[in-house]
Design a protein around this ligand. Structure first.
Ligand code: RNT
Ligand code: ZN
Length: 412
């Protein structure tokens, strides 16, 4: 018997169909962030990364042109199994022949190359306005700034982004998730927490009052508890984002690096699902702070996946990755992190969920604990490898990555 056959039997004895789990995993799309390839730099500005986020490390070979970034995405995606979507930021606009257009005037044409790229690979595109690393970020504020010109600039930027998102959806035939995240906040104790939030609300209203096709563009709003240099206060807090999403009928987005260190996004998902048709996630790995480490196959990633799967919410949760590590090979970082999201989803699909829920309802917590612990050492690896096989993706990827590093990355 092959390893997979043995594993299949092991899971079948628990009432779990491994073939079915593999088929289900094949249908799950993960939206992969483009910004792992170049440390969130983009192509439209020479400004340093701002907004209270930080990449650390100086590993050789980072992509500095659209061509390089696309080649790196291709390399990484060839080693990531299953369905993917490409998640772009507005700062990845592609300008040609020395042209430059500022963010408040961006047009679909600046993303035509990306559309061509995505279409040729049968992928949808998700999008993000970029409200950082730009001279119009004044005193760490954008949409909540007291300066009307600053607010106007960023409102216009976001409106341009809605238009571009609609273009992505129309061109690819796949709806576009457009996520708004602002870095706005204060390093030290503010005297007025309300006024910036009121201005942020009004700015969002001004953006979202434009007409757009809500079957094509899902606008999401991402909250955050603090940023580097923005320790005391962020305008777009969890309560703000959740309340605003409710008030305006848009989709809330939770990034699991954006909460207090002992708060778990996995625990929040069920509540959010009860009250929202759709929710969105940025999966990352915060280590001691919102450090955006590469996603591992760790407890919280597994727990997040379980909450999506056992609540039958695979079609209601927009799953995206968000991390940036510049200290290791960036292609490997991409592959490892996204594979781990898929791994966690498969792990969740292989749990005897009905049985576990029944044990809880019967209050047989003793048996539940025993079964939960047993699942941790079930022959999961054999099923994962079978899935990789079914998707024509090799189990190991380090040799491929090293080869690409030697032939391409170090020569940049
Ligand atoms: C920042 C947010 C946000 C960014 C990207 C680049 O803390 O997580 O999602 O990481 O927009
Ligand atoms: Zn995020």
């Amino acid at each position: 018997m092959s390893l997979y056959e043995e594993a299949k039997k092991y899971y079948a004895d628990l009432g779990v169909d491994t073939d079915k789990a593999i088929e289900e995993l094949k249908n799950i799309t993960v939206s992969v962030h483009c910004w792992q390839g170049d440390d969130v730099t983009g192509f439209d500005s020479k400004e340093a990364l701002s907004g209270g986020i930080q990449t650390t490390g100086n590993y050789p070979g980072k992509a500095t042109t659209p061509k390089q970034l696309m080649a790196d995405i291709d390399k990484a995606f060839s080693l990531i199994p299953g369905k993917k979507k490409l998640n772009l930021h507005a700062c990845y606009a592609i300008f040609e022949n020395g042209e430059f257009t500022d963010r408040d005037a961006l047009k679909p044409a600046h993303f035509a190359k990306w559309v061509e790229f995505a279409k040729a690979r049968n992928m949808g595109i998700d999008f993000n306005p970029t409200l950082f690393s730009h001279p119009m970020v004044k005193d760490n504020l954008t949409l909540s700034s007291p300066d009307e010109n600053v607010r106007k600039f960023w409102i216009e930027h976001c409106r341009r982004c809605v238009e571009i998102s609609e273009y992505f959806a129309t061109e690819t035939g796949i709806p576009c998730v457009m996520n708004i995240w602002i870095p706005d906040g204060y390093k030290d104790i503010p005297a007025d927490r309300l006024a910036p939030r009121k201005r942020f609300k009004d700015s969002l209203d001004a953006i979202l009052d434009m007409p757009y096709d809500k079957t094509k563009v899902y606008v999401t709003l991402e909250s955050k508890v603090f940023g580097i240099g923005l320790e005391a206060y962020t305008v777009g807090s969890a309560e703000f984002a959740l309340s605003y999403a409710d008030y305006k009928g848009i989709t809330p987005l939770m990034d699991n690096g954006h909460y207090h260190p002992t708060e778990m996004v996995s625990d929040k998902i069920s509540s959010m699902l009860l009250f929202h048709e759709k929710i969105a996630l940025h999966i990352t790995r915060p280590m001691r702070w919102d450090s955006d480490h590469v996603i591992l196959f760790d407890d919280e990633t597994k727990e997040i996946a379980k909450e999506i799967v056992r609540n039958d919410a695979l079609d209601r949760v927009f799953i995206a990755t968000d991390y940036f590590d510049a200290s290791i090979n960036r292609i490997s970082a991409w592959i490892t992190g996204v594979r781990n999201v898929k791994k966690a989803l498969l792990f969740a699909l292989l749990e005897p969920n009905a049985k576990m829920k029944a044990l809880q309802e019967e209050n047989d917590i003793t048996s539940l604990m025993v079964l939960q612990e047993e699942m941790k050492t079930a022959p999961f690896g054999a099923v994962w490898n079978e899935y990789l096989n079914a998707e024509n993706t090799s189990v190991s990827y380090i040799d491929e990555v090293k080869k690409y590093e030697k032939e391409v990355l170090v020569n940049r």
